[in-house]
Ligand binder design. Structure first.
Ligand code: HEC
Ligand code: HEC
Ligand code: HEC
Ligand code: HEC
Ligand code: HEC
Length: 217
């Protein structure tokens, strides 16, 4: 009588056990991986040397992001302002405030304030601010509602999957260029905006890289 099952079929239970075992190991590894510190960077909110408030300056006083982050739309790098920029106002406003002592020292001694850096991609990742903001991607997409923050925190994961989510569907994120620095903007008419965005992706030839060499040069 022909043997309907090959001999190795006797091993099927063992193989199933092996596959389940691999699944269990990768699940545990995956979970561990996503809970390692770089994936819990969301919410990172270090105490800064000067209690500078974006809520007060950017939202209540309405100062444009580019007044301080002067290079953000001109170069790859978004700079943090020098004390001179603060002193444009603080030679007149709150000139005696103890909260501004470090700012006055920095200005007089020409020594930079040691702000704690919050957002950073690893060295093997290439990132450029200007290409993003000049293609209608607002600060809010990547940094959250900074204009509402008393103290800045890390709002988005900055993982590879997160970058790619937008690179695959840029039409869901672009906005008119004159609203990039208005973090409170929402479209009046969502449908009309979606239509505009789809057309704009074509008109601007928006084609964010999805290949490895685009971000790892
Ligand atoms: C009056 C100057 C000023 C204005 C206006 C301003 N910022 Fe800032 N920004 C700073 C300073 C100073 C820091 C560093 C201290 C801190 O993190 O609060 C900073 C830090 C940041 C950071 C975190 C940088 C890091 O370390 O990763 C982001 C993001 C940011 N600003 C976005 C914005 C956005 C978006 C706007 C416009 C809505 C804006 N800023 C307006 C002065 C300013
Ligand atoms: C365009 C003008 C302007 C600029 C530029 C500016 N500020 Fe201010 N700042 C103000 C005003 C106005 C107030 C609120 C004054 C008040 O409430 O009496 C203020 C308040 C503050 C306070 C609170 C002071 C206190 O004693 O309550 C701090 C701290 C501060 N600013 C830090 C900074 C820093 C750091 C920078 C530069 C990164 C900066 N400011 C740039 C206008 C400015
Ligand atoms: C597409 C996502 C994206 C957008 C849009 C974006 N940023 Fe960033 N931002 C980043 C990334 C990524 C970093 C870390 C860059 C690095 O490590 O070189 C960063 C870092 C920064 C820093 C810290 C720079 C430093 O050297 O300390 C500031 C300040 C900043 N961004 C401000 C802004 C402002 C203001 C806007 C809007 C005008 C903006 N960003 C728009 C992704 C973005
Ligand atoms: C919210 C949307 C969005 C997010 C998030 C985003 N990007 Fe982009 N990216 C774009 C758009 C739009 C362009 C412009 C494409 C064009 O003009 O063809 C772009 C272009 C680029 C380019 C090509 C431009 C150049 O300078 O070569 C690189 C590299 C890049 N992004 C890296 C990143 C990295 C790294 C991250 C994550 C840390 C990121 N991006 C997050 C939307 C986004
Ligand atoms: C849109 C930009 C972008 C593209 C395209 C991209 N990467 Fe990445 N990659 C990143 C960012 C950002 C990180 C850093 C992630 C972090 O710090 O959490 C990263 C991290 C990595 C890492 C380190 C391990 C990790 O996950 O943190 C490897 C390996 C890697 N990328 C390989 C690749 C390969 C292979 C491709 C092509 C299939 C690719 N990347 C395409 C942005 C990109």
């Amino acid at each position: 009588m022909a043997n309907l099952f090959p001999k190795s079929a006797n091993n099927v239970p063992a193989q199933i056990a092996l596959i389940l075992g691999i699944l269990a190991v990768t699940t545990v590894a995956g979970v561990t991986y996503y809970f390692t510190p770089k994936y819990t960077r969301v919410g990172y909110m270090p105490t800064q040397p000067v209690p500078y408030s974006h809520y007060l300056h950017a939202e209540q006083l309405g100062i444009d992001c580019r007044y301080c982050h002067t290079h953000v739309n001109q170069s790859g790098h978004a700079n943090v302002p020098a004390a001179e920029i603060c002193m444009n106002c603080h030679t007149h406003v709150q000139r005696e405030s103890p909260l501004l002592e470090l700012v006055r020292d920095s200005y007089l001694n020409n020594e930079p304030i040691e702000w704690v850096r919050i957002h950073k991609v690893p060295d093997y990742v290439y990132f450029n601010h200007a290409v993003h903001v000049n293609r209608g991607i607002s600060c809010v997409e990547c940094h959250g509602q900074v204009n509402e923050m008393e103290v800045v925190w890390h709002d988005q994961p900055f993982s590879m999957a997160w970058c790619l989510e937008c690179h695959r569907n840029p039409e869901q994120f672009i906005r008119p260029l004159d609203q990039v620095y208005n973090l409170n903007w929402t479209p009046d008419n969502a449908e009309a905006h979606a239509q505009w965005a789809r057309e704009q992706v074509v008109a601007w030839n928006v084609n964010p890289p999805q290949s490895c060499s685009g971000c790892h040069q």
